[in-house]
Structures are given as structure tokens and as C-alpha cells.
Write a protein that binds this ligand. Structure first.
Ligand code: 13P
Length: 263
């Protein structure tokens, strides 16, 4: 079977706001995006914003009232549906707020809050089970890359996350390759490194889930992406979109990236 061309996969541009923006600032950011992006532009590319939990309801209200075609995303959740898990939020709670995408296993969750591969796997299943799309984050440390272990590390993260996860879930998902040394440092991976890793990831998914699933899943790059460098990643056939941190906090700047992602 011939591989599906990257042209068939719709681009996905996600803005991860991390722990930034009060709900007032969140609404202003969405309003700035509304002033910058047309319905046509939002039909050609899937665009997601991932505000902090405290902003979700306000952003949902604006998106729905204004019929603005940006998807609502979350940055994290816990895999259980409800119970004595102080401080946590469940997939069920997010889906009731019309959240469509959830970032799972971001390196900041893994490194700062000890999220294990097994928790990542359970969360991914739980998010998909609640009808939302998980965006699985993978990526190596600088030490891993300097010792040429990046492919092994990333493949192992993919393998552990997808253990006993059905192909119908994986085919609709996205994987974001975010090298940890490129996050918030102003240092991006080269286009070649990002492209090569996207290929390695797609091959790994093919090994686990078969060609059809590997061809339909979207692979994103994240790590110091901005308006000036985004095109070099977007032009690459192996990369289907971007997970943007800092440059997504300003509605106008994020919209400029979305405009460049038009095919
Ligand atoms: P920066 O774009 O700020 O480097 O963050 C990337 C990221 O971690 C997105 O999830």
C-alpha cells in the first residue's frame, strides 16, 4: 500500500498557554484571534487553544457565543472519572466543557510532577474514552541527544503510551515531538532533526499499529516555535502541525502562525 501523502492530513496548530493568563486575559487573547482570523482560514487548519483550567469556562463561552471555529483544549487531566484526588480534574469534567483536545504527558508534567509512562497511557485511554482527542507529547533531554539516544528514548515513550491502546484511538490522535532542550529556550531543533524524528515516530507507530493507523495520525513539532521560524517546520512533509507555547500567548502572534499554516 502506498503511504498516505501528508497533504491528506489536515494541519493541526495548538497553542499551549501553560500557567499563563487569568480568565480576563484569556478572553482578550481569543478576541485578538477573532479580529485576526477568518472562518475560511479556520476551515483549512484545525486550531486549538489550551488555556489553564480556570479559563476554560470563559473561553468556551466566547467560542460558542461568537461561533468562532477554534477548538478548546486542556493541558492535562487525571485518568479517573471522579473521587478523592485533591486538585485533579477528570476527562469527564473537561468533555462537559466542550473540550476537544487534551495534551497528555507534556514533558513539564513528566519532569516537574513525576508523571510516569503508565499514567500517561492510562490518561490517554481515559481522554479518548470521554470522546476527546489526546495529544501525546514525547521528547528527549539534551543529555539523551548528546549521547545519540534520542530515537530510543522517543520510541520507548511511544511504545509505552500505546501499549494495549486500540488502533481506532491511535489513528485519530496526534503526537507532539517536543525535545525538552528546545522548550522555552529559544533554541529550536533543526528542521532536519524534527523531520527525521517525525519519520522515526511514524515508523514506530506503523510497527505497533500498522500502516493505515500510522498514516492517519498527525505528528506535530513543538519547542520555541514562533511566527518567524514556523514555516520551516510546516513546509516539511513529515510534520503535520505545531504545538506552540510562548508564541501562542499573544492572540495576534498566534494567528500569524495559523495564517502561515494555510495550505
Ligand atoms: P515554547 O514554544 O514556549 O518553547 O513551548 C513549547 C511547549 O512546551 C508547548 O507545549
Amino acid at each position: 500500500m502506498e503511504p498516505v501523502s501528508a497533504n491528506v492530513r489536515k494541519r493541526l496548530i495548538c497553542g499551549n498557554w501553560k500557567m499563563n493568563h487569568t480568565h480576563f486575559e484569556a478572553v482578550k487573547t481569543i478576541q485578538d484571534m477573532m479580529a485576526s482570523l477568518s472562518d475560511e482560514e479556520l476551515m483549512r487548519v484545525d486550531v486549538v487553544v489550551h488555556p489553564p483550567f480556570t479559563d476554560l469556562r470563559s473561553v468556551q463561552t466566547v467560542l460558542e457565543t461568537e461561533r468562532f471555529g477554534v477548538f478548546l483544549g486542556a493541558q492535562h487531566c487525571y485518568f479517573e472519572e471522579k473521587g478523592a484526588f485533591t486538585g485533579e480534574i477528570s476527562p469527564m469534567m473537561l468533555s462537559k466543557l466542550s473540550v476537544s483536545y487534551v495534551i497528555v504527558g507534556h514533558s513539564e508534567r513528566r519532569q516537574l510532577f513525576g508523571q510516569s509512562d503508565e499514567i500517561v497511557r492510562k490518561t490517554l485511554l481515559s481522554v479518548a474514552g470521554s470522546g476527546m482527542t489526546p495529544i501525546l507529547c514525547v521528547g528527549e533531554t539534551l543529555l539523551d541527544r548528546e549521547s545519540s539516544q534520542q530515537n530510543d528514548i522517543v520510541c520507548s515513550q511511544v511504545e509505552k503510551a500505546f501499549n494495549k491502546v486500540s488502533s481506532s484511538i491511535v489513528s485519530k490522535m496526534a503526537i507532539a515531538y517536543e525535545p525538552i532542550w528546545a522548550i522555552g529556550t529559544g533554541k529550536t531543533a533543526t528542521k532536519e532533526d524534527a523531520s527525521e524524528m517525525a519519520l522515526v515516530i511514524r515508523d514506530k507507530v506503523e510497527q505497533i499499529q500498522g500502516r493505515e493507523v500510522a498514516d492517519s495520525l498527525r505528528i506535530l513539532y513543538g519547542g520555541s516555535v514562533n511566527e518567524d521560524n514556523c514555516l520551516s517546520f510546516l513546509r516539511d512533509v513529515n510534520i503535520d502541525g505545531l504545538l506552540v507555547g510562548g508564541a501562542s500567548l499573544d492572540g495576534k502572534k498566534f494567528s500569524a502562525i495559523v495564517k502561515k499554516a494555510q495550505k
